[in-house]
Design a protein. Structure first.
Length: 197
């Protein structure tokens, strides 16, 4: 999203299927890890490294800012099909999965910043706690003169907290939606439609 003020949001790209955090959780489950899987998969990845396993980088060169991670999860399913991996192989697979996701996220984020002519990037959400993603964004940002901001790790949580914060800021700015109690509940409501002036 490009954010220019409270309530001034422009959607630049989104997931066409599984979001990054969802893909982390589902892949962690495939590897026999608990929920939430993202932090556990990241910890396992730290014990892995490059190997013969190569996973796709979905939509990396799509020419837009959309994401798709369900195919990456399917690639992991295919890799696991009929095989029993030892701990080293699981760690290497987790490492490669994390590399694929963070490479795509960092590339798309930097493309968005460049296309918008901006020099700041704010990272939010649960995957924003991923150390490898932060490292990639910091490196890419430094190379391009982009300052990257992150919430404290304790605040890298479910999107519900971010949605509530946006609602609170909107309320404080005197922008109350029509409906009972000052708001309307609608699942999958486009953010730019909710916050339109």
């Amino acid at each position: 999203m490009r954010v220019t003020a409270v309530g001034a949001y422009q959607l630049l790209g989104e997931s066409v299927d599984d979001a990054a955090g969802e893909a982390f959780d589902k892949t962690a489950k495939l590897l026999g890890l608990g929920y939430p899987g993202g932090p556990q998969l990241a910890a396992l990845a730290e014990r892995g490294g490059p190997s013969a396993v190569k996973l796709p980088r979905p939509m990396l060169k799509s020419g837009d800012l959309q994401f798709s991670f369900s195919g990456l999860k399917t690639a992991v399913v295919t890799r696991l099909h009929g095989r029993s991996l030892d701990e080293r192989e699981k760690a290497d697979l987790a490492w490669e999965f994390q590399e694929a996701v963070t490479e795509v996220l960092a590339a798309k984020a930097m493309t968005a910043v460049r296309q918008c002519g901006l020099d700041r990037l704010v990272v939010a959400g649960g995957v924003g706690a991923n150390r490898r993603l932060r490292q990639r964004l910091d490196e890419a940002g430094a190379a391009r003169g982009v300052k990257v901001f992150y919430p404290e790790l304790a605040l890298c949580t479910d999107n519900g907290a971010m949605i509530a914060y946006c609602g609170a800021q909107r309320f404080l700015a005197g922008r109350v939606a029509e409906g009972e109690g000052g708001f309307v509940v609608r699942p999958r409501w486009p953010l730019q439609e909710i916050l339109a002036p």
